[in-house]
Design a protein around this ligand. Structure first.
Ligand SMILES: [Zn+2]
Length: 166
């Protein structure tokens, strides 16, 4: 998430705050303010309904992304990006071979290195991001779309609560 633009990070934090409830683990109950009314502890966890109770909003953000978005298929995406740069087929002797397939088969190590460099480049440009140190990646555009949708939900629910007040 560190490569994400600060505006998106801020929106993710706001979403995580909206979707979570502070939780006192000792009393095992949700807390509505910033300290527990029973034991007065302010050492609170966050509860994300349906997903669990853990420390910190960073966890909640990661969980919200994993619950709502599909991770990028790195291998397919790299194949696509290479096939946009090079011709679809290549002549190898008398054979006409699929360029991507042939490159992968001929030198898998070179292919792997190029793929991880490409991934790091896209990450540093903020096009993709990881919340789990590179096990999975998500498109920034998907995250922004998700944030736009959830912002809309909030406006809708505000409308409903206001319309209830006569
Ligand atoms: Zn408590």
């Amino acid at each position: 998430m560190k490569n994400l633009n600060p505006n998106i990070q801020e929106r993710l934090l706001k979403l995580a705050r909206r979707r979570t409830v502070p939780f006192c683990y000792s009393c095992y109950q949700e807390v509505l303010t910033n300290h527990c009314p029973k034991c007065f502890s302010d050492d609170l966890l966050v509860c994300l309904p349906g997903s669990g109770i853990e420390w910190g909003l960073t966890w909640a953000i990661e969980q919200l992304i994993k619950d709502n978005l599909t991770p990028m298929n790195v291998s397919d995406a790299f194949d696509d990006s290479v096939s946009q740069i090079f011709p679809e087929t290549t002549t190898l002797g008398w054979m006409l071979v699929d360029t991507v397939r042939a490159m992968k088969d001929y030198d898998p190590v070179s292919w792997e290195i190029a793929q991880s460099e490409w991934l790091m480049n896209d990450e540093s440009e903020g096009l993709i991001t990881t919340f789990d140190n590179g096990s999975t990646y998500f498109y920034t555009s998907d995250i922004e779309q998700f944030l736009d949708e959830t912002d809309k939900e909030t406006e809708d629910s505000y409308d409903e609560s206001f319309s209830g007040i006569q």
